[in-house]
Design a protein around this ligand. Structure first.
Ligand SMILES: C[S@@+](CC[C@H](N)C(=O)[O-])C[C@H]1O[C@@H](n2cnc3c(N)ncnc32)[C@H](O)[C@@H]1O
Ligand code: SF4
Length: 475
């Protein structure tokens, strides 16, 4: 495999190079790059020289978005071939992370799902199989995207802490038990929540969905969790979609489940990732398969929560038999939602940093697992309802959320398709204000660093107020 790339040249071509190198599994590296790329503009053309371990290739294209795309496509094929991978995968030359967002854009443009799908096939050479998934998802999602009122919003509250670090994850800020300013963090988050409530009241907003995510929100102590949840519940009337990421059963207590019931939460995630204990130990989860099952049965017996379960295909040491076992469990228990992720090897994760990649299964094995999961889930009555891709995914595959009919988590659709305003509370979250018909965005990113979040919160909230004013006062 090729490890890294380094690019010098014009900026617009640089972002295309970054996308396609990422899609081929390469990280940018100033010091240790197997692939060195340099580009110049000459006579209305880009000339890109790609040196792969000293062997040079030249790619050219016009100085236009079409020319850049064509270079990007040739680069992806070259990098895949050099790594002994099939030149084209099922996604053809599509490297974007939100294929369904593109599908909806073309549906608006051409007026039908069939024409939009055809356009994607012709433009990106996407396989028939992926087109079929895209069109199923497009059809399922469409009714959720018809609401054009800019005053209908979704809300997100993020807790960027966990109790242990899973080896594949680059996500959380840190371990909660090691964080010295816990009380200040809770105070800041309560202030952030109260501020969003005042915005909702001032502009008379309608909260469609609320998602408390992470990290691991259930890492908080029983009292802090209850306190935060009670305050969040003031942002959404009972009966609307209110989800809590409760992915790690080792962090859940009966008290926290009661708090969720009391605060009219109606969806949670309980995430096995795999039902194999040996793999669970290797990836650093703090639970085993039995803990997952115990939590799932408890929740189903004592609450009305809809349950999502996350799995990952491509974990170290994972074989097809493990995915068969996962799907046996799911098809027996039938949780409302199941999400099948494909392993992405992310910089900043222990899997990448500690060079633990040797046991990660081959691309073809991961593809088999993903396909197997799809067939089992569809045979059991699940339908795919949202999809996204990430860079550095094994086989450049995708993550797909499946649902039993009528049980989809609407927040997942809104966050992916970017047609509804989403305001975010907590460190690391992004707020996006969206207005039809073009769904252009105003954005605000909260700092990922929790200390910076706490220390600059007043300024951040002032900025959010200014963005809200400029957006809703002209509605
Ligand atoms: C943001 S995480 C939060 C979930 C929760 N903290 C947990 O681990 O149960 C959402 C999901 O993304 C998936 N995920 C995280 N890192 C991944 C990676 N590197 N590759 C593939 N999937 C990943 C996992 O399935 C995880 O449950
Ligand atoms: S996968 Fe979830 S629990 Fe594990 S480190 Fe990442 S956010 Fe935390």
């Amino acid at each position: 495999m090729l490890n890294g790339y380094h690019y010098t040249g014009p900026l617009p071509l640089g972002s295309v190079v970054a996308h396609n190198c990422g899609a081929a599994g390469l990280f940018s590296s100033n010091t240790d790059a197997d692939v060195k790329l340099s580009a110049v503009e000459y006579d209305d053309m880009y000339i890109l020289t790609v040196s792969i371990r000293g062997v040079e290739h030249t790619l050219t294209g016009s100085i236009s978005s079409l020319g850049r795309r064509s270079i990007g496509q040739s680069l992806l094929v070259l990098l895949r071939t050099e790594q002994g991978l099939p030149a084209h995968n099922e996604w053809g030359t599509m490297v974007g992370v939100r294929p369904t967002k593109l599908l909806h854009k073309y549906m608006d443009q051409y007026g039908s799902l069939e024409d939009a799908t055809r356009h994607i096939r012709d433009e990106f050479s996407v396989s028939m199989e992926k087109l079929e998934v895209l069109s199923k998802i497009g059809r399922y999602q469409r009714p959720f995207l018809g609401d054009d009122s800019p005053k209908h919003i979704s809300l997100y509250c993020g807790i960027p802490f966990c109790e242990t670090r899973c080896v594949y994850c680059s996500f959380p800020y840190g371990l909660y038990q090691d964080y010295p300013r816990q009380a200040e963090f809770i105070t800041a988050l309560l202030k952030d929540i109260d501020d969003v409530r005042s915005i909702c009241e001032s502009y008379n907003l309608y909260t469609n969905t609320l998602y408390m995510g992470g990290g691991t929100p259930t890492i908080l102590g029983n009292e802090d969790f209850h306190h935060l949840l009670t305050r969040l519940a003031t942002l959404i009337p009972e009966g609307r979609e209110f989800t809590v990421e409760a992915g790690r059963p080792d962090s859940i207590t009966v008290e926290k489940i009661r708090s969720m019931q009391h605060c009219h939460v109606n969806r949670i995630s309980i995430n096995p990732q795999t039902m194999d204990d040996t793999i669970l130990r290797r990836i650093g989860r703090g639970h085993n398969a039995q803990d997952i099952d115990y939590m799932y049965q408890y929740v189903k017996k004592h609450t009305d929560f809809a349950v999502n379960m996350d799995f990952i295909a491509g974990l170290p040491g994972q074989e097809i038999k493990h995915m068969m076992h996962n799907m046996d469990y799911i098809c027996h228990n039938l949780p409302e939602n199941v999400t099948i992720h494909t392993l992405a090897i992310k910089r900043g994760s222990p899997l990448y940093d500690l060079n633990m990649q040797d046991d990660v299964p081959e691309e073809s094995v991961v593809r088999h697992m993903v396909q197997y999961a799809k067939e089992r889930l569809e045979a059991a009555g699940y339908v795919p309802y949202y999809l996204y891709r990430q860079q550095y995914m094994r086989g450049q595959l995708e993550n797909i959320g499946y649902t039993l009919p009528g049980k989809a988590c609407e927040y997942n659709i809104q966050i992916m398709e970017e047609r509804q305003t989403i305001m975010s509370m907590g460190p690391g979250g992004s707020s996006k204000w969206m207005r039809p018909p073009l769904y252009r965005q105003k954005k605000q990113h909260m700092p990922k660093d929790v200390d910076v979040y706490i220390d600059t919160l007043t300024t951040l909230l002032d900025k959010r107020h200014a963005l809200c004013k400029s957006f809703w006062e002209v509605v």
